[in-house]
Design a protein around this ligand. Structure first.
Ligand code: PLP
Length: 391
């Protein structure tokens, strides 16, 4: 059976693949510690689950409006107003099937064949594939280590051609955990305005920021930025709701309308009861978020303290998300590449990490610290041992 040319170039998500391999090993009875998955280990808070049960009992189990139910859109509009200082009308927001489907739909509606999208590296794995699936061409711009693995406005400007359509900003970043400062966002925004680019602002980790720092949305800085920014975010990471598949997008009406129309033909609508759960998440108590954020910070600090002690490892303190992006190329010992090293780590020590090649940064690994302290301790004992025996 011949597959389409479009999917032939598609690589499966390496992060999901590693999680699947780790799970398969677990099922065979191996004691694997997984640091691959990008999802909170906490359960969805009870009041959110109760809201979904109530919605089911009330019979909210039918198709909904394609762009989401009115009550959730209103909750999302209030959230943007209260937390980000952004004013949106109902026609400028929509509910998506997770941030991932929001991004997928966005690329489909803004890209023509050959249009270029600037993707700062290290990048989240799906941007590349999603841009290509929409006929676009990802143009990678490498964030330099001396700039905390972020790109500068000058780098952005140098990469722009007459085909450039959009730039992706992901702050806090997966995989690095870095955040762009207000000043950096202003400079990037100015370049985007000058070349009339769409700014795609992936803010899915907006609530997971530590050390007293806070999230700034590029859309909130200038009217000109607001008019060309599409924000993609959602409940997955903040509320431990990865499996519910609810995200939301906000931006210029014409784009949101086109995305809603496309979604009406792809998923019809995000799952009805999950939308009611998301209302409870956004409008209910934020205490569980405070608790989870505190736990993530404690784990991050522990992980950093262990990284510091491993010869050849280095890691810039990540102020956000729940990942540590560790430079390990100086600790490979008898392994030639980080890919090889990571495969051996899984085989020999049963620790799953994601090699940086998945994110366009070959010298690094990404670990997720969204797992218990016991797991982190065990994982780092094993990693330490692995580095000792392979050098
Ligand atoms: N954007 C980034 C940077 C992510 O890391 C993820 C999830 O891993 C997403 C978007 C999509 O999340 P979801 O589809 O669960 O909302």
């Amino acid at each position: 059976m011949k597959l389409s040319d479009r999917v032939k170039q598609l690589s499966p998500s390496p992060t999901l693949q590693i999680t699947a391999t780790a799970n398969a090993l677990k099922q065979q009875g191996h004691n694997v510690v997984g640091l691959g998955a990008g999802e909170p280990d906490f359960n969805t808070p009870k009041h959110i689950i109760d809201a979904a049960k109530e919605a089911m009992d009330k019979g909210f189990t039918k198709y909904t409006a394609s762009g989401g139910i009115k009550e959730l859109k209103e909750a999302v509009i209030d959230k943007f107003a209260n937390e980000n200082g952004l004013t949106y009308s109902p026609k400028e927001v929509m509910v998506t099937v997770g941030g991932k489907e929001g991004l997928y739909t966005l690329f489909q509606v803004i890209l023509n064949e050959g249009d270029e999208v600037i993707v700062p590296a290290p990048y989240w794995v799906s941007y590349m594939e999603q841009v290509k699936l929409a006929g676009g061409k990802p143009v990678i711009v490498n964030g330099l280590e001396e700039n905390d693995l972020k790109i500068t406005a000058e780098q952005l400007e140098a990469a722009i051609t007459d085909k450039t359509k959009a730039i992706i900003i992901n702050s806090p970043s997966n995989p690095t955990g870095m955040i762009y400062s207000e000043q950096e966002l202003r400079e990037i925004g100015k370049v985007a305005v000058k070349y009339e680019l769409v700014i795609i602002s992936d803010e899915i980790y907006e609530h997971l920021i530590y050390d007293g720092k806070s999230h700034v949305s590029i859309a909130s800085l200038e009217e000109d930025f607001f008019n060309r920014t599409v924000i993609i975010t959602g409940v997955s990471k903040t509320y431990a709701m990865t499996g519910w598949r609810i995200g939301y997008a906000a931006g210029p009406q014409a784009i949101i309308q086109a995305m809603t129309d496309l979604q009406s033909h792809s998923t019809s609508n995000p799952t009805s009861v999950a939308q009611y759960a998301a209302i409870a998440a956004i409008t209910g108590t934020q205490e569980p978020v405070t608790m989870m954020r505190a736990a993530f910070k404690e784990r991050r600090d522990y992980v950093l303290s262990r990284i510091e002690k491993i010869a050849g490892f280095r890691c810039i303190t990540p102020p956000g998300a729940f990942y540590a992006f560790i430079h390990v190329a100086d600790a490979l010992g008898n392994h030639k590449t980080v890919d090889e090293w990571s495969t051996a780590l899984l085989k020999d020590e049963l620790v799953a990490v994601v090699p940086g090649s998945a994110f366009g940064a070959d010298d690094y690994i990404r670990i997720s610290y969204a797992t218990s302290m016991d797991n982190l301790k065990e994982a780092f004992d094993r990693i330490e041992h692995f580095v000792q025996v392979s050098t």
